[in-house]
Design a protein. Structure first.
Length: 202
């Protein structure tokens, strides 16, 4: 595989950096379960799957009704697209249907939302992801759809103060919401030889 050139053929015009952001979150958070809504041609799906491969654990559940303009013919075509790039779909479970009608995994660690952004549906998806225990979720096209932009702004400022939101505004926007974890950081030991804090600034 000539990676990432082979994968780029699945990309729509506004998901290049967003796909690698999703990959980075998968590698960093080491999720057991990732949920994606709206895989389209499978670019971000493939990079999530690649991250799970590199983690050597975790499962991706991706939901689509395959009715959007330019969508693939169905789940089989999506699987072929991803596998054509040399990415295994062993950890990828494709669920066909509307997000409101199909069964979701009971537990979710990380979610990527890129489906129906109408008010009742999007709001329901966010709440359902949070109820399933996700500590991080991403929203695509926050600068392109008025309601998702407004909702994530309210989410950040008023609704859920225990969450932080970073919105990468390039290429139609990609918001990352992360739930804060109380308590001291773990896994970091101070370096006794570090000169951090001893440097005099001019």
């Amino acid at each position: 595989m000539n990676f990432p050139d082979d994968l780029s053929k699945l990309n729509s015009h506004d998901t290049v950096q967003h796909g690698w952001m999703a990959y980075g979150l998968v590698r960093w958070l080491q999720p057991d379960v990732v949920l994606e809504i709206g895989p389209y041609h499978g670019y971000i799906t493939g990079l999530i799957g690649l991250g799970l491969e590199h983690n050597k654990h975790g499962e991706l559940y991706t939901i689509d009704n395959f009715t959007h303009d330019g969508s693939l013919a169905g789940a089989a075509a999506l699987r072929v697209n991803i596998e054509s790039c040399g990415i295994s779909t062993e950890r990828i479970h494709i669920i066909t249907g509307n997000s409101a009608d199909v069964e979701w995994p009971a537990k979710i660690d990380l979610a990527v939302l890129d489906g129906d952004r109408t008010q009742p549906n999007f709001k329901r998806e966010v709440q359902r992801v949070m109820d399933a225990g996700a500590r991080c979720f991403c929203v695509h096209d926050t600068q392109y759809h008025d309601y998702t932009y407004w909702y994530m702004e309210q989410f950040r400022k008023k609704m859920f103060p225990a969450w932080d939101v970073i919105d990468a505004i390039f290429n139609a926007g990609f918001a990352v919401a992360m739930k804060r974890i109380d308590g001291p950081m773990t896994g970091f030991a101070p370096d006794p030889n570090s000169t951090l804090g001893q440097i005099e600034l001019p």
